[in-house]
Write a protein that binds this ligand. Structure first.
Ligand SMILES: Cc1cc2nc3c(=O)[nH]c(=O)nc-3n(C[C@H](O)[C@H](O)[C@H](O)COP(=O)(O)OP(=O)(O)OC[C@H]3O[C@@H](n4cnc5c(N)ncnc54)[C@H](O)[C@@H]3O)c2cc1C
Length: 423
């Protein structure tokens, strides 16, 4: 890997593949191309991302709930891409000029440099969607970056330091409360980790963990809608066993500094409030002149090409790929992002070599959600799996990803880190 100034790139390179976004999707495209391209293909791989590392979003719950080292959720490009023929530009994509086949990149609001492309792969991901509920934007902590996770960690610590100085028991109990809104996979993972780790933290500080209140709020009638019903019940029962109050079918109406107010005059003490209620594509994506759907995701065809643009692929959370078998747009999941990325890399190489392209088939072999560290629910090859085997399977998918984008060395290093973090 080589970090480059984009002005040093040859403006006339005939086969430059520019990949924008170095998350699960973008990194997979870059590494797959680097491994599979032959010298005769003549491609130059350029990865554009303002950050020097990929954020492992699915590990954020551990950083948020007291794990001291945020580095685990950071996959540094210099380490992962070592020795691979990939040029990295640390800038933001500001614009796509489809007619001239170039992107404009630079620091946000600063001068931009044009980078011409032969093929462009857009993999810019998504950001949290915070609806206009009064007080929500000001009070809630979202969960979409290492910074968000650290903000939650800080907020929990500050709130608890304050709470334990309160003498009145009822008042103290209201102050010792964390509420998570959103019963999808992200909300369940976050609330499970909080419910498991915080009581121990409180006990270590010499206080009564029974005073802690952890609440999960979901507007729909159940949590984890993507999972089979039996697995949803198991997850709910597990959360309740861990002391989480699960409030279903109640929408959030407003939020103030201490309380979340729900439909039906329900008030939930929420001095720390985490919003995991949804995500949408980066709003900038709709300004690039490509066709987008209602949530701002870029519409692509069966080959993952941006609608009407033969030289542009869109993959990962930013892409709205409609699965022909279900007629539904694929959910924002790392597993789909990686599958799409592998397909796009393969398609680029087929184009280089003049071979026929083939449509993308999103084969989903399984899905796992942790419900507190060490326990989870999910399915694999039509089989329901729960308890520690589900967590083992979830970890195996990470290890496979690390092997895929890095090497056995990276997978080994991170597996050891992962095991150490659990104790
Ligand atoms: C807390 C949490 C837990 C999750 N847990 C799971 C899980 O257990 N299993 C699962 O399958 N999925 C999980 N997901 C979803 C999964 O993380 C996403 O589906 C996945 O990250 C999508 O990959 P991506 O490459 O499309 O986007 P991302 O991984 O978000 O990467 C996008 C990249 O684009 C870069 N970028 C953005 N805008 C620009 C720009 N203008 N210019 C240049 N670069 C840009 C960003 O810096 C980033 O590096 C979780 C998500 C969250 C938030």
């Amino acid at each position: 890997m080589q970090a480059v100034d984009p002005r040093t790139l040859d403006p006339a390179h005939p086969r430059r593949v520019v990949i924008v976004g170095g998350g699960y999707a973008g990194l997979t495209v870059a590494v797959t191309l680097a491994h599979r391209a032959r010298a005769g293909d003549g491609i130059e791989i350029v990865l554009v991302d303002p950050r020097p590392y990929q954020q492992a979003l699915s590990e954020l719950d551990l950083v948020a709930a007291g794990t001291p080292r945020p580095q685990f959720a950071e996959l540094w490009y210099a380490d992962v891409l070592r020795g691979l023929p990939i040029k990295v530009v640390h800038d933001r994509l500001e614009n796509v000029c489809t007619a001239e086949q170039c992107v404009e990149a630079g620091p946000r609001g600063g001068p931009v440099v044009r980078i011409p492309y032969w093929r462009l792969v857009l993999a810019t991901g998504a950001i949290p969607f915070v609806p206009p509920v009064p007080g929500l934007r000001e009070r809630a902590i979202t969960m979409w970056s290492v910074d968000d996770a650290l903000a939650l960690q800080r907020s929990i610590e500050e709130q608890f330091r304050h709470a334990v100085t309160i003498c009145d028991a009822a008042e103290r109990a209201c102050a010792l409360a964390v509420t998570v809104v959103g019963g999808g996979a992200t909300g369940v993972e976050i609330v499970g980790t909080i419910a498991k780790r915080l009581p121990r933290m409180i006990a270590r500080a010499g206080h009564d963990p029974a005073e802690l209140t952890v609440t999960l709020i979901e507007g729909r009638p159940d949590i984890l809608y993507d999972l089979p019903e039996i697995q949803r019940v198991r997850a709910r029962q597990r959360l309740e066993k861990m002391g989480v109050h699960v409030l279903l079918g109640r929408n959030l109406q407003s939020v103030d500094a201490t309380t979340a107010y729900l439909e039906g005059d329900v008030a939930v003490p929420s001095p720390v409030l985490v919003w995991c209620g949804g995500a949408h594509a980066d709003p900038d994506a709709v300004q690039w002149g490509l066709v987008s759907d209602n949530s701002g995701r870029l519409v692509c065809d069966e080959n993952l090409k941006a609608q009407g643009h033969d030289a542009i692929y869109v993959v990962g959370d930013v892409a709205a790929f409609r699965d022909p078998s279900s007629a539904r747009v694929l959910p924002m999941l790392a597993q789909f992002a990686i599958r799409e990325a592998e397909h796009a890399a393969d398609a680029v190489l087929r184009e280089v070599r003049g071979g026929p392209t083939r449509p993308f088939v999103p084969n989903m072999h399984g899905e796992f959600v942790s419900v507190g560290p060490g326990w989870g629910v999910g399915w694999m090859f039509h089989m329901n799996i729960w308890g520690w085997p589900a967590i083992v399977m979830k970890r195996v998918t990470y290890i496979m990803y690390w092997v895929q984008v890095g090497s056995f060395r990276l997978a080994w290093k991170r597996t050891v880190q992962m095991l150490r973090m659990r104790h």
